[in-house]
Write a protein that binds this ligand. Sequence first.
Ligand SMILES: O=C(O)c1cc(C(=O)O)c2c(n1)C(=O)C(=O)c1cc(C(=O)O)[nH]c1-2
Length: 249
Amino acid sequence: MTNMLSQMGLEAALRDVGASRYHSLHPFHKLLHGGKLSKTQVQAWALNRYYYQACIPIKDAIVLSRLPDAASRRVWRQRIVDHDGEAPGDGGIARWLRLAEGVGLDPAYVESTAGILPTTRFAVDAYVHFVRDRSLLEAVASSLTELFSPTIIAERVAGMLANYDWVSKDTLVYFNARLTQAPRDADFALEYVKQHATTRAEQEKVIDALRFKCDVLWAQLDALYAAYVEPGHIPMGAFGSDEALARCA
Ligand SMILES: O=C(O)c1cc(C(=O)O)c2c(n1)C(=O)C(=O)c1cc(C(=O)O)[nH]c1-2
């Protein structure tokens, strides 16, 4: 194995992964913020992404349970509070349901996750299993996509507000808090992996964990593209399929 990277070298390698693999580069994202999607296609995105939102605090509870020191747990537990809130109606999951309702979906249907694509479930579950089964270092590293999320969020919010007259600022309020939460979370995780990856092999594991996580996000957009853009094969039972439409009729 080649020499250890410096901490700066590791950070640069991680940023390279984001520059070439983050979901901001996916065609579905470009269609979404470019105003090229129909309302139904935007609904499909919001509905599927709910499953990601709902599972994030579960994966963070797993990470939290694996952190051996109180100081790190104190920092990490804030992520769970951010998503679950301190009371019903509060927090990121509740805000995502308001986003889904704002684009015209029934929040109870969204919350049931009955209409999500199989790949959404497989990809998100793979993320939860990854933080459970891999080393703590890899689990922390897999959250590092958040280094890149403020840019995509800014692009998405500006694009959606400019291009869809049925999307309001209130509907997208979920993203406001993320613009401060994500950099705070990513700074901690980046510092953690810099400190705890003490061999070149561990540094490679950190970089691979970030690649894996980019794949988790990418696969979700691939699935949306295949089902709702081209070729448009909606799996039976998923939102918009004949079976799901028949159930609502
Ligand atoms: O809007 C986005 O593109 C985006 C991306 C990501 C990400 O990069 O994983 C997260 C979020 N949003 C997000 O809202 C969020 O709460 C979140 C938590 C995590 C994580 O891995 O712990 N990623 C993300």
